[in-house]
Each structure stands twice: as structure tokens, then as C-alpha cells.
Write a protein that binds this ligand. Structure first.
Ligand code: 5GP
Length: 335
């Protein structure tokens, strides 16, 4: 584990509001509510019950908790900084954060994105980490919201081309129709954004076919792609973002041993190891590597290969990719 913790890593699938560790959520609550407040005391109580063996419903409630805490610009700013700090502490050298811009009485979607970007800029100065942003489209919201998100991302990316590099398509896979979002995703692609699409998270063959035909730069989860889907991904060099703990804890995969990472390794198909929501699922990227090592017998050199593969599939520039590879090789030489 020490080798894995020290290894400079690449995180390509992390939802901002799911990525705060329990400790960081408490820190955020203290900041937002104040340590003496009733709200803070209540929040701690709710978290103590989580720590005593939470079930999945409890885990998902954490999104709602964090959304409460990030519903103001101050809370969102602090949450983004904490998430970046948590990844940097785990020696993640490159992070692609995704998040759904939300509008409420405190913030517009534009202000939401601007707040996250400003926190990213400060976070990358404070920690040794390069951070990109993928604004998310939540498929359970109306298409008009997705259109607003893509329009904002396009406008903001003109000033921040090094930060806003792609669009994520996520949200509850049982809600919303991919075909209705395809035109807005196509617009995003035409504007130069890379697309990271949650695909085949549940068994929906019609939608899976539509998504494969549409194409994507990376595929989130890919649990129900099956052998022909995996062959397609290999043919088109589209990596599957594998999130072991998330998939098992959310019940889309029955056990670590039966995770499709095994098939991807055997087929030598493109894959990247990711956390998804390291706070909600109580994991870290190092833990995910350890889990893959223990479950599938990966060697240290296979772990390094996985990181280099993630570098290749990141939305970083060629110069940034070269720098990351050099960082990994420098670390392995020191071991
Ligand atoms: P946020 O976008 O608020 O920063 O991060 C939390 C959101 O990401 C959730 O409300 C949900 O829309 C999306 N999300 C987080 N984890 C998953 C996942 O495993 N699958 C899908 N489809 N969406 C997710």
C-alpha cells in the first residue's frame, strides 16, 4: 500500500459532490454552519451513524447532505478546495473533476461554474496537482438545462481552455433518454469538448447501442457492455472508467471478483481505475489500486501501466501528459 499511496496517480472519474471524505464533509459543515450551531451538531450525529456501518441508502443520502453544504458560493468554493486537497494528499497528480452546475436562490449556473473554477485555480497553486473541470449534464433534468450547461461551458472555456476540457453525461440511468440529449452532446463535441459518458451502467441494450453509435472519448462504468461492447471499445480505443467500490456498493456489480475489470484485463481492452465518489463510497484512488491488486493479482508494474494508460486517456495536453509520465518514471526509479 505504501508503494501505491506514494505512486503519482491520475483520477479521471470523480464527481465533485461525491468526492469529499467524511472528515472533509465535517470540516465543511463546521465552516458553513459554525462549530457551535445546532445544524453542525445534527450533522455530526448523522455522520456518526454513517460511520457505524452504513447501508447503500445512507450512502446516497450523502449526496443530499453535501448538496446542502454546497448550495452557496462559499460552501461550494470550500468544498472544491477540500476535494482537491484530499486527492492531492493521496498523491493524485492529475484530476478531472466533474460536477453538475446548479442554480438556486444563492447562485446561477454560471456563478456555480465560476466558483468551482476559481477554487480550482487556488487549489492547484496550493497543492501539487493539475485539475481540469468537466461540467456535468444530469440526465434526470430537462434538456434545456443541458443546453444551458453546454452554452456556459463553451463561453467559459474561451477564457479557461486549460481547465474546462470536456462534458460529462451522468445522473440516474433509470431517468431521462439519451436520444433526447444526443443533439446537445453533439453541439458540445463540435465545440471541441471531449465527452465522458456514463454508459451501460444498467442493462439497457437499446440505449447502449445508441451510445456506442454516437461515440465518446471515455465510457463511465460500462458494466453491461458485454463482450461485443468491450470489443467495440477496444477497436475504437475508448477506455472504460472502472470504479470497483462504487459499483459493488451501489449494487450494479455483485462482487469485486466478478467486476468486468477482469474481462478488460484479459482482453487487453482500454481501462482506467477511478473512484467515482470517494466520499460517498468511502475509498481513495490508492485503495482502488490496492483492491484491484488483491482481487486480480496485479503486479506493481501492471499498476504503473494502468497509470500510464490513464495519462494517455486523460484530456490533458501532450505536454502535460509527458510531464506526468516523467513523474511516474521518476517515482518508480526511486523505489
Ligand atoms: P455533483 O454533480 O453534484 O458534483 O456530483 C453528484 C452527482 O453526480 C449526483 O447527483 C449524480 O447526478 C452524479 N453521479 C454521482 N455518482 C454517479 C454514478 O455512479 N452514476 C451516475 N450515473 N451518476 C452519478
Amino acid at each position: 500500500i505504501n508503494f501505491l499511496r506514494g505512486l503519482p496517480k491520475v483520477e479521471l472519474h470523480a464527481h465533485l459532490n461525491g468526492s469529499l471524505s467524511i472528515e472533509s464533509i465535517k470540516e465543511l459543515a463546521e465552516k458553513v454552519y459554525g462549530q457551535q450551531s445546532e445544524e453542525f451538531a445534527e450533522m455530526c450525529e448523522r455522520f456518526i451513524s454513517f460511520e457505524k456501518g452504513a447501508n447503500l441508502n445512507d450512502c446516497f443520502q450523502k449526496f443530499a447532505f453535501v448538496h446542502e453544504l454546497t448550495s452557496t458560493p462559499q460552501g461550494l468554493d470550500y468544498a472544491t478546495q477540500l476535494a482537491i486537497r484530499d486527492f492531492a494528499r493521496d498523491n493524485v497528480m492529475y484530476l478531472e473533476l466533474r460536477t453538475t452546475p446548479k442554480s438556486n436562490g444563492n447562485m446561477t449556473r454560471r456563478a456555480y461554474l465560476e466558483t468551482v473554477i476559481s477554487a480550482i485555480k487556488r487549489g492547484t497553486k496550493q497543492h501539487e496537482i493539475n485539475v481540469k473541470l468537466l461540467p456535468s449534464i444530469n440526465r434526470s433534468e430537462p434538456v434545456a438545462v443541458a443546453e444551458e450547461t453546454v452554452a456556459l461551458a463553451t463561453e467559459i472555456a474561451q477564457n479557461e481552455p486549460d481547465i474546462v476540457v470536456g462534458i460529462d453525461f451522468s445522473g440516474n440511468p433509470n431517468q431521462g433518454k439519451f436520444s433526447e440529449f444526443a443533439p446537445v452532446l453533439e453541439t458540445a463535441r463540435k465545440h471541441g469538448f471531449k465527452l465522458a459518458i456514463h454508459c451501460a451502467e444498467i442493462d439497457n441494450p437499446v440505449e447502449i447501442r445508441e451510445m456506442l453509435k454516437f461515440g465518446m472519448s471515455r465510457c463511465g462504468h460500462g458494466t453491461y457492455l458485454g463482450n461485443s461492447g468491450f470489443a467495440h471499445m477496444k477497436q475504437y480505443n475508448i477506455p472504460i472508467e472502472c470504479c470497483l467500490t462504487s459499483n459493488v456498493k451501489s449494487g450494479t456489480v455483485s462482487s469485486f471478483g466478478s467486476h468486468h475489470l477482469k474481462q478488460l484485463l484479459l482482453a487487453d481492452a482500454p481501462k482506467v481505475l477511478c473512484t467515482d465518489d470517494c466520499g460517498v463510497f468511502d475509498t481513495t484512488l490508492s485503495d482502488e489500486f490496492l483492491l484491484a491488486t488483491e482481487t486480480f493479482g496485479l503486479t506493481q508494474s501492471q499498476c504503473i501501466d494502468l497509470i500510464i494508460e490513464a495519462v494517455q486517456h486523460s484530456f490533458a495536453t501532450p505536454e502535460e501528459k509527458l510531464k506526468m509520465k516523467m513523474q511516474v518514471y521518476a517515482y518508480t526509479r526511486r523505489q
